[in-house]
Design a protein around this ligand. Structure first.
Ligand code: FAD
Length: 617
């Protein structure tokens, strides 16, 4: 149990949408003292984002959240494309799988409130609750440069004054009814109760109109498009056969997208093409309601019928704005994540995923620096990695939103171009293709040793077999988001004397005081607190023997695996081939967020030592 007590906290998070809630959960799970506030009186009941990518489901799984998520979410395994038929009406042109080559071969949908519930329940297990309604009214950074550079446990260089709006009693909370014990309560001119919080780090997860971003003077760079879309959620009545799969419908009467949802709901997006956008970039929402949005959808659907006899669950109208923040942090003390630093169209279902992925990227880095296990420069990689991703996302979105919003004219190829783009960018849309560039934590120097792995991308899934009991495991399940680096030692066939000798040498090297394992594991913490070593030999079940593996590499029997087909289920045996690792073996270093940091030869532990020396201390 580690809620923030008193007015000093490790991390103050402003905003409890998907980004802030995810970060709060990841940090309190890592043992950090977290305080999270939101301006809303209560959490959102319905609507907003709903699409979760296959990669995000993997991330949920790594935090132990996937089971709960999958119980509630709808699964989209197949998508269809429709166009205007020559004889009138619409016709299906393509039916294909949503995602290929994924551990979770589907996209899933659940209302944003369901995702926020999942995260709030998970953080409550660590004693952390969203304090709401509460807003920041001032934020100041220490002007002492030495203090800012000192990431020691006693330095709190960010001061934030929080206020509970419209609160005459002093303690008025949201549904959860918790305050996390924050004190230092002050009065204020307008009668609202204020409190001063001193934090090591502040994270603005307060959405597209971020107060934190403005307070620290970060700009958004980009523009609004001319595309105006309407979206409405309802339980449909229809004779259209494909309402429970994802559909893109491109017709001469307009464009429309169907997303099946949990509890019999569907979401319909329509392009409201001929809407005037004022100079302010805002639209006159009074012109629209859910009935108008449904009417446009009904035109696209003709000759199929579509109605909402039970009314509408949620709706909105929006202009697509494509912007990225000029900076994602100030002095590595104030960060912004999620919509606070990137906005784009919701069409490819990216925003909530991108926002939680920002949090996933930042959480382990903050934990390492706060524990003083890593150099503060590790925090630079948050902006380096996530800003590049955000820019890639905006570039993709510009192309995608244009293709989606164009109304096909006879003879043109817009529909074909749209289908091609969906396929070409499939890995990016699913989240698997996200590529972090070379940096101190992403060393792309040794990739030929594992030619099937892209350094800087998430490690692909695969089946391995635990030697002690021949139980098959999904490798991803051995790589939880527990802030440890996973060192995967693939020695080739360890039952062969030559490879066994190499493995013994790896173990001996790890035992040396100068080896990375001893050098970067701080005194007083468990031997596997920073590095979790897992050995996967390319050996048959019959030849496998845990005793072959040096004891240094098996602190516990559960850490020894083989790449072999199991005797019962007949699964496995393809990991070396799919990772492109030869029988000469390789060592793969996985970062705590599941991305491959580096690959080295078995006899090159020095290279791994140099890699860690770049950012660990
Ligand atoms: P938000 O969800 O905006 O959360 C910000 C939080 O901060 C809010 O709770 C707010 O109350 C709080 N806050 C704001 N200001 C303050 C303040 N001053 N003090 C305290 N708290 C504050 N994304 C997808 O991934 N998939 C989809 O399918 C998808 N569909 C979408 C459909 C629509 C119609 C729209 C509009 C968006 C969609 N998105 C989708 C995008 C997605 O909603 C956002 O990208 C996502 O919600 C961003 O999460 P966030 O936590 O960064 O911000």
């Amino acid at each position: 149990i580690n809620p923030a007590r008193g007015s000093h906290v490790d991390v103050l998070i402003i905003g409890a949408g998907p980004a802030g809630s995810f970060l709060a959960f990841a940090l309190c799970r890592a043992g950090m003292r977290v305080k999270i506030v939101d301006k809303r009186e209560v959490k959102i009941p319905t609507g907003h984002a709903d699409g979760i990518q296959p990669r995000m489901i993997e991330v949920f799984q790594s935090y132990g959240l996937a089971e709960r998520f999958l119980k509630e979410a709808a699964q989209i395994r197949v998508k269809a494309y429709y166009v205007s038929a020559p004889e009138g009406g619409i016709v299906r042109t393509i039916l294909e799988p949503t995602v290929d080559g994924s551990r979770y071969p589907f996209e899933a949908t659940l209302a944003q409130s369901g995702i926020e519930d999942l995260l709030r329940n998970a953080m409550a297990e660590h004693g952390v609750y969203v304090e709401q309604p509460k807003v920041p009214v001032s934020l100041s950074l220490s002007d002492d440069e030495t203090e800012l550079q000192t990431h020691s446990s006693k330095v709190y260089p960010v001061k934030v004054v929080l206020e509970r709006p419209n609160d005459s009693v002093g303690v008025k909370n949201g549904r959860n009814g918790h305050t996390n014990g924050a004190t230092a309560v002050l009065g204020s001119a307008n009668g609202a109760v204020q409190e001063v919080v001193r934090a090591k780090y502040v994270v603005g997860a307060d959405g597209a109109h971020s107060w934190v971003r403005s307070a620290v003077g970060i700009d958004m760079v980009g523009e609004s498009t001319k595309f105006v879309w309407g979206v409405v959620d309802f339980v449909p009545e229809s004779d259209f056969p494909d309402l429970r799969i994802s559909c893109a419908i491109h017709t001469k009467y307009g464009n429309c997208m169907i997303v099946p949802r949990e509890k019999d709901l569907i979401r319909v997006y329509v392009h409201l093409g001929d809407v005037e956008v004022g100079d302010s970039g805002r639209i006159d929402r009074s012109q629209f309601g859910p009935d108008e949005i449904l009417r446009v959808a009904q035109k696209c659907f003709y000759p199929y019928k579509l109605s909402a006899p039970q009314g509408f669950d949620w709706w909105t109208v929006y202009i697509v704005g494509q912007r990225v923040a000029s900076s994602f942090s100030v002095k590595n003390r104030v960060f912004i994540i999620g919509d606070a630093c990137h906005t784009h169209s919701p069409k490819a279902g990216q925003g909530m995923n991108a926002s939680m992925s920002d949090a996933h990227n930042l959480a382990w880095k903050l934990a390492y620096v706060m524990r003083q296990w890593a150099l503060p420069t590790l925090l630079d990689t948050y902006e380096l990695e996530r800003r590049k991703f955000a820019q890639d996302l905006i570039d993709f979105d510009k192309m995608f939103a244009t293709l989606y919003s164009n109304t096909p004219k006879p003879g043109d190829k817009d529909h074909e171009r749209f289908v091609e783009a969906c396929n070409a960018y499939g890995a990016f849309i699913s989240g698997h293709g996200v590529q972090y560039e070379a940096s101190t934590i992403t060393n792309i120097a040794h990739s030929p040793l594992a030619s099937g792995i892209v350094i800087g991308q998430r490690i692909p899934p695969g089946t391995v077999v635990q030697v002690a009991n021949f139980r098959p495991y999904e490798l991803h399940d051995l790589l939880p988001s527990d802030t440890r680096f996973k060192v995967l030692i693939l020695p080739g066939d360890a039952s062969k004397p030559k490879q066994k000798a190499k493995l013994d040498a790896v173990a001996a090297e790890l035992d040396r005081p100068e080896g990375f394992l001893k050098r970067f594991t701080p005194a007083g913490v468990p031997v596997d607190a920073v590095f979790d070593t897992i050995t996967i030999s390319h050996t048959t079940c019959a030849a496998a023997n845990t005793l072959t593996i040096p004891s240094r590499l098996q602190p516990h029997w559960s850490k020894v695996f083989i790449d072999a087909e199991t005797l019962c289920e007949r699964v496995g045996g393809n990991l070396y081939a799919s990772y492109g690792v030869s029988d000469a073996g390789a060592i793969i270093v996985c970062r705590p967020d599941g991305y491959v940091g580096m690959v080295a030869a078995l006899d090159d532990l020095a290279a791994i030592g140099r890699y860690f020396a770049n950012f660990l201390q």
